[in-house]
Write a protein that binds this ligand. Sequence first.
Ligand SMILES: Nc1ncnc2c1ncn2[C@@H]1O[C@H](COP(=O)(O)OP(=O)(O)OP(=O)(O)O)[C@@H](O)[C@H]1O
Ligand SMILES: [Mg+2]
Length: 545
Amino acid sequence: MPVLILKEGTRESKGKEAQRNNITAAKLIAEIVKTSLGPRGMDKMLVDTLGDVTITNDGATILKEIDVQHPAAKMMVEVAKSVDNEVGDGTSSSVIFAGALLEKAEDLINKDVHPTVVVDGYNAAADQALKLLDKIAVNVEVSDRDMLLKIARTSMDSKLVSDDSPMLAQIVVDAIKQVAEKTATGHKVDLDDIKVEKKAGGSMHDTKLIKGIVLDKEVVHAGMPKKIDNAKIALINSALEIEKTEMTAEIRISDPQQMQMFLEEENRMLKSMVDKIKSSGANVVLCQKGIDDIAQHYLAKANILTVRRVKESDMTKMARATGARIVNNLDDLTAKDLGSAQVVEERKVETDKWVFVEGCKNPKAVTILVRGGSQRVVDEADRSLHDALMVVKDVLENPSIVAGGGAPEAYIANELRLWARTQEGRAQLAVEKFAEALDSIPLNLAENAGMDPIDTMTELRSKQSKGAKWTGVDCRNLQVTDMFKQNVLEPTVIKRQIIKSATEVVSMLLRIDDVIASSKSRMPAGPPGGGGMGGMGGMGGMDME
Ligand SMILES: Nc1ncnc2c1ncn2[C@@H]1O[C@H](COP(=O)(O)OP(=O)(O)OP(=O)(O)O)[C@@H](O)[C@H]1O
Ligand SMILES: [Mg+2]
């Protein structure tokens, strides 16, 4: 009698087979993003199940949009996500580096080096790599605007918006500087304070930073003013309506006069609400909830510009931008609660009418209004701006930078190769492989730019070993040169995060020698568009939709 411990239909792959499958799947994910690295990288067009098209170059977005099924592939997607959350940029690099680490590990495993030896070697190499990174990192002054601009530009140079990056970089740096708060130890930036509104139409050049907030809502009543100078803004988060009773109540009326009185009473209540607002001195009202028609009428009569159903997140941003206090109860509303702005105006943005709140005094919340030829362009611009905002935030919070273009990777790889000799036994092999994997970044930059990979890498190594530590691959001018002088600058924290995240996931993957997949997820009909995992043999691949 065989002893069965796993449920029927459960598949298991063990040992080398399991490892090989995992490595293949993870490497395939790296293959996907490889070609989109760097300024000469290509973009991807992704179509989802509903037929919506996304065109992007952002590693995290590419991997988010494709629906991978293999568990190891999913882990690679997680790397991109974690790098995206932590530092915002460098997602493609982290996945490519992780893929290279796995590829090199496979070489060693095939030569009968035990995976745990590889993992230990990799971890030691990663520690050393981080030390080397700190050694070359340059501390900077965050007041150096020029440097911040260069960093923002570098992150956008590899994107669709690269042509407009000088102008966009100004917007990004202004926005971050506006919302950054000084703390005892440095600066703190909350990206929630920067609202990015996008509207297709016009061109990228019409993209603007608004020192205030743009609300994608219109003024609620036609009779209200469309522009208020020297606005006194009330933020109200209760409804300007007569509250409905919780239970269904019935009112019996015996003569028409009572009916009239009832309506008049309602009218009076709404009027008194508006009177309270009026007496506070407000000339602009932003309400998070609904506003009764009659209340709208009275507000219009009082010449108060009113917007209703403002999003909660916008209300908090408005409070930060204008210095207003959000009021729950109208009885509490006083002149002290009002915020101020130079102008509140309804303007037409393409076909919509939006309300602009501008010229706030020392606003701690701002809006970037992104424009561009088409929806896909503004969507990608939005993502690229996010990367740029994140890198500037990174530097403000951790004022240390390195050059890009694969220079730090090449430097660390070179130094690691020397350091490897001090290591004993087979760990030495793993450290050498780690160095080779780091080389995949400059190598891919060169390949994507159409440069000869072998010539480029030899030149890079020889210059690096002569001590030119900022030598990297200049994809724009197709040469191997000092990337600092080319103004290609990146925050150190990004490089640090790439090394850490990639090493972590690779260690985790390499330690797996047994994959047990229960049959539950494999429905008889298969998931829509996919074909299930197709048995264990199919685990080496993955399904994409
Ligand atoms: N002008 C340039 N010349 C050479 N390399 C550059 C230049 N501009 C940027 N790079 C390099 O390109 C790489 C970044 O490419 P890219 O932005 O496509 O990927 P990523 O930042 O790793 O991921 P993400 O998709 O999140 O942006 C970095 O190594 C950076 O140093
Ligand atoms: Mg990038």
